[in-house]
Design a protein around this ligand. Structure first.
Ligand SMILES: Nc1ncnc2c1ncn2[C@@H]1O[C@H](COP(=O)(O)OP(=O)(O)OP(=O)(O)O)[C@@H](O)[C@H]1O
Length: 257
């Protein structure tokens, strides 16, 4: 369980003053939940992810994971970023083994076996000795996902991981992620500005608007009903979210699903 209480984050502005990016937020994310932080550029999604994951510190308020205050990134969480953050001088399998090695997890033989198992899972067998520049964007992100999963994290932090990918690759990686959510006991905190992606993936969507520093609302998504990306229920969620962001002038906010 991730718990935020009265979390505020502000940044100093050049020339004086400060900008409040997150303003006294109270928020919880349950175990094994898929939470999307959805909003336009600059609303504070990445800032929120960085605070929850311990990459940055809140100006005030408290963030706890399973009752323990977050002060730095911990071994029980993994990251996937839009720009892959892979090591170009290492092969695919060396990249996947890296986290286990640095954390002194498992024997060398076990690390190798686990890396192979995870490369199989993300459908990259045959590329284990390739270098990163020899892979497509989608393949790079599969390596990053294998590297993130191989340490068996309790929490996966993902910052616009599919933002740089074409629609077809994005759809196949979204399906991979839903499989990860179903088959592994992992909580996922996922940043996106793609409304359809949020509906398809999330159990809960936190709607964040620009310049308020607030979470406007949290939408619960019925996962059984949103597997069909072109179905009427999917479109109903889309209507609700477009209204939340005032993107659809002919719909009233009071309209229900
Ligand atoms: N280190 C920093 N110093 C000063 N301002 C910052 C810093 N990091 C973020 N900000 C500001 O905080 C606001 C929110 O940034 P953040 O990156 O969290 O937004 P975002 O919603 O993730 O945007 P995007 O989708 O474009 O990545 C922006 O106005 C940004 O300029």
């Amino acid at each position: 369980m991730i718990e935020l209480q009265k979390v505020t984050k502000s940044f100093q502005i050049k020339g004086g003053g400060e900008k409040i990016v997150l303003n006294s937020l109270d928020f919880t994310i349950g175990d094994n939940e898929f939470m999307c932080l959805l909003g336009p550029s600059g609303c504070g999604k990445s800032t929120m992810l960085r605070l929850i994951s311990g990459l940055d510190k809140a100006t005030s308020g408290s963030i706890k994971i399973d009752g323990t205050k977050v002060t730095e990134p911990n071994r029980e969480s993994s990251f996937v970023f839009q720009n892959y953050a892979l090591f170009p001088w290492m092969t695919v399998i060396e990249n996947v083994e890296f986290g286990m090695k640095i954390n002194k997890m498992f024997s060398a033989k076990e690390r190798h076996e686990r890396a192979i198992e995870h490369l199989e899972y993300v459908n990259l067998m045959g590329f284990e000795n390739s270098y990163i520049h020899q892979l497509s964007g989608g393949m790079k992100q599969r390596v990053a996902i294998a590297r993130a999963l191989v340490t068996e994290p309790k929490i996966l932090f993902m910052d616009e991981p599919f933002g740089a990918l074409d629609t077809f690759t994005r759809i196949s990686l979204q399906d991979l992620l839903l499989d990860i959510k179903t088959t592994r006991n992992v909580t996922i905190v996922f940043v996106t500005h793609d409304i359809d992606e949020a509906i398809y993936l999330a159990d809960k969507i936190a709607i964040m608007n620009s310049n308020t520093g607030l979470i406007n609302s949290v939408i619960n998504v019925d996962k059984q009903q949103t597997r069909n990306r072109t179905g009427s229920v999917f479109n109903a969620y889309r209507d609700v979210i477009y209204k939340e962001f005032n993107l659809c002038s002919n719909l009233k906010k009071e309209d229900k699903l």
